[in-house]
Design a binder for this molecule. Structure first.
Ligand code: PLP
Length: 368
């Protein structure tokens, strides 16, 4: 099978994991945790990294750490994974949606200012499928309106906005290291920040808010979001290869784009002049004039032995939120079209040039 989103694990990861097993450091104590946090923070140009169990709880911890008063509004794209809105809602905050940009599929930053109210306290930009959000308008708005930025960088390890690494833009910035992300720990996540106070709050939160000076004495409600040394051992070895990984993904993206250029009925991923796209997943959007939607096209590809994955379904179309009275009657036409017409092609780090050619040739044949 042509690999869709499988990880690439090598001997360095195995060696690190064996060290954990040999020494018995398999819980959340152990040197790989701090090594992994330091390496990843340094790579992203940040002061502090706090490793947690996954990307979803990284967003939750990030939102928690900001101490926004309950009922505060957070502006977030509708075209994203549910983790973003879970983090907002679970912290007693109110999600306010914006549509996607038709080119980058990231939040349409032109819509954000119009959504700011006296209750707005934060913006949660989400970089989508490897391409950065246009950050400058958001940073400017955050400065003038005194808003915090909760950055979701789970899909853009190594991507850049105007030469600066994604994950470098939030008061708090969240990563996932799930097995299909650019670098992985199996399950895992991290929050980055430059603020020592926020870093300390995050460390405390992930570990039940134990007090340093007196254990089993608590002044805040924490949780257990700890990452294990075993997982960090994998992550640490992966960070060492991040440049290679980014290069591989970009080669995959460029090759797909070259092969599919000019293909009728097909919108391909972009790379804006201010962006470095890492093509986490190579997405395509079918023109409605093709008479096909993403479900139809995925079925055709599957018949040819090619597995794909659908795009996100917008948060305003999720029963879980509509049932809570959120987003009722709201319409986001770009996100709705992306959800129906978009899918991503096999994009694993282990995919070969021959396999990319096979996929591209098949896509072209089916659309001709
Ligand atoms: C994967 C992902 C997450 C969640 O990460 P998990 O580790 O799977 O919990 C959050 N945000 C985005 C944009 C993601 O792609």
């Amino acid at each position: 099978m042509i690999p869709v989103n499988e990880p690439l694990l090598l001997d360095a990861e195995r060696k690190n994991v064996e060290e954990c097993l040999r020494t018995g450091w398999i819980s959340s104590e152990g040197t790989f945790i701090t090594e992994f946090e330091k390496k990843w923070a340094r790579f992203c140009g940040r002061e502090f990294g706090v490793a947690v169990s996954n990307g979803t709880v990284a967003l939750d911890a990030a939102a928690w750490a900001l101490r926004l008063e309950p009922g505060s509004e957070v502006i977030v794209p509708t075209f994203t994974i549910i983790s973003c809105v879970i983090a907002i809602v679970r912290n007693g905050l109110v999600p306010v949606l914006v549509d996607a940009d038709a080119d980058t599929w990231c939040m349409d930053v032109r819509e954000v200012a119009g959504k700011v109210t006296p209750k707005t306290r934060a913006i949660m930009p989400v970089h989508i499928y490897g391409h950065p959000v246009d950050m400058d308008p958001l940073l400017e708005l955050a400065r003038t309106k005194n808003l915090r930025i909760i950055e979701d960088a789970a899909e853009v390890h190594g991507a850049e906005y105007k030469g600066k690494k994604c994950g470098g833009f939030g008061d708090v910035s969240a990563f996932s290291f799930y097995a299909n992300k650019l670098i992985t720990t199996g399950e895992g996540g991290m929050v980055l920040t430059d603020d020592p106070e926020l870093a300390e709050r995050l460390q405390s939160y992930r570990n039940l808010c134990f007090r340093k000076e007196r254990r089993f004495y608590h002044t805040e409600l924490g949780t257990n979001y700890r990452l294990t040394n075993l997982q960090a051992a994998i992550g640490s070895a992966q960070v060492d290869r991040i440049d290679d990984i980014v290069e591989k993904k970009r080669a995959m993206g460029t090759m797909y784009s070259d092969l599919l250029a000019g293909c009728k009925y097909l919108q391909l991923p972009v790379e804006k002049s201010w962006a470095k796209n890492v093509y986490w997943m190579y997405g395509i959007v079918l023109d409605e004039a093709s008479g096909l939607n993403a479900v139809d096209f995925a079925a055709l590809l599957l018949k040819e032995g090619i597995h794909t994955r659908p795009f996100f379904l917008g948060m305003h179309e999720q029963p879980v939120f509509l049932n809570r009275g959120l987003f009722r009657g709201e319409k986001y036409p770009v996100a709705e079209r992306l959800a129906r017409q978009g899918l991503y092609l096999p994009s694993a780090l282990t995919i070969t040039p021959e396999q990319i050619k096979t996929v591209a040739t098949t896509v072209k044949r089916l659309l001709s």
